[in-house]
Design a protein around this ligand. Structure first.
Ligand code: PLP
Length: 388
């Protein structure tokens, strides 16, 4: 786009393709180049061209930051080397004796970071079922600085009412941060609902092709941006330019991919609900989901993420070992369909009693429905479930 700063009024598909990018000024290259450099030559002492050292500034990274910020309807984006690096750097805005209320359904790695690493440094965490606003409210203390939630949660697909959680946090003088990885900005925009910070593992839907690892934080407040940006450079968990370029390539089709993920996810969830080998389907787009009304209110689509209860570890093992198109692998949000066993894979770091309390049983299987032909995906699950 000729004037990449003028994105006012543009819609998601146009922003996905253009926001944050302009033709490269030397050659007119329409695609943002990979600025694969660690440093930049300065014309004379005390004068540089806006770029000094690549931990601090990189044009490919900056294009990605502007692009994802626009997709989230935010003013600023800050890119990281992974989703967890974005979380880790966010927490560095706080100090010993500060208190953080965190949804207990957050990704296992986030729980491990907060409870096993950051808590050692004197910050206090209370983990609550954030689908209950009363639990969030009851956990607030005078020193609470942040309420952090993930919605939908990984893998139980529980929702938090973002607007109501923001009100509770703000009434206590705290910020609300939302991990929007599962929904993607196409389906849910937490800043518009009152959140102060949105976090992503860009590894997932934002990149969408399972070929890089990255993270992103988006915000509107100049003060939060200033602190977070300082820490991006001071702590240094920045992504390399190639990974930024891959993510930027991915975001160009975010709106198209999400429409396909949403359609496949809904169709497969509806089909699974009728299958006699499936005891329960967790999918916010189904009327049987206990928070379906909230999902309809705060989400535009319900993603390709589905969890199902198969009843036992034995059943789950047979299912995940027998799919042919759904590949047994960690991660989610790529164009290809994946199947996983949260208790032994993504959430193995969560203590057993906590997993059980969340309903994360040994029979739980998580699906990341890709953008393949939905009839082939259903046939694949059908033949694998036949072996259960
Ligand atoms: N948030 C969610 C919801 C996730 O699912 C993950 C990873 O699976 C992360 C954060 C961590 O992201 P990364 O693996 O990019 O560090």
């Amino acid at each position: 786009m000729k004037d990449e700063t003028n994105t006012a009024g543009l819609r998601m598909g146009t922003l996905a393709v253009h926001a944050g990018q302009q033709p490269e000024p030397v050659t007119g290259a329409i695609m943002t180049p990979v600025f694969q450099t660690s440093t930049y030559v300065q014309p004379e002492l005390g004068r540089h061209l806006g770029y000094e050292y690549a931990r601090t500034q990189n044009p490919t990274r900056e294009a990605l930051e502007r692009n994802v910020a626009a997709l989230e309807g935010g003013a600023y984006g800050i890119a990281f080397a992974s989703g967890l690096a974005a979380h880790d750097t966010m927490i560095k805005m706080f100090s010993a004796d500060d208190h953080i209320v965190c949804g207990e359904g957050v990704y296992g790695g986030t729980f491990r970071l907060f409870s096993k690493v950051i808590a050692r440094m004197g910050l206090h965490f209370t983990f609550v079922d954030s689908s209950s606003l009363d639990e969030i409210r009851a956990a607030i203390r005078p020193n609470t600085k942040l309420v952090h939630v993930e919605t939908p949660t990984n893998p139980m697909m529980g929702l938090t009412d973002i607007a109501a959680a923001a009100e509770i946090a703000h009434a206590a003088g705290a910020w609300l941060s939302v991990d929007n990885t599962f929904a993607s900005p196409y389906n849910q925009q937490p800043l518009a609902l009152g959140a102060d910070l949105v976090l992503h593992s860009t590894t997932k839907y934002i990149n969408g092709h399972s070929d890089m690892v990255g993270g992103m934080a988006v915000m509107n407040s100049p003060e939060i941006h200033e602190q977070y940006r300082f820490l991006q450079n001071a702590a240094g968990a920045v992504p390399g330019p190639w990974d930024c370029w891959l993510a930027l390539r991915g975001t160009k089709t975010l709106h198209l991919r999400m429409q396909a993920h949403n359609a496949n996810g809904l169709r497969i969830a509806q089909w699974l609900e009728t299958h006699d080998k499936v005891e329960r389907v967790y999918y916010p787009g189904l009327p049987s989901h206990p928070q379906h009304a909230l999902a309809q209110r705060q989400m535009k689509g319900f993603t390709g993420m589905i969890s199902i209860e198969t009843g036992s570890l034995e059943n789950a093992t047979k299912l995940v070992n027998n799919t042919r198109i759904f590949a047994l692998a960690e991660s989610l949000g790529g164009v290809e369909s994946l199947i996983g066993h949260p208790a032994m894979m993504t959430h193995a770091s969560v203590p057993v009693d906590r997993r059980q309390a969340m309903g994360l049983s040994d029979g739980l299987v998580r699906l990341s429905c890709g953008v393949e032909d939905v009839e082939d995906l259903i046939a694949d699950l059908d033949q694998a479930l036949a072996k259960v």
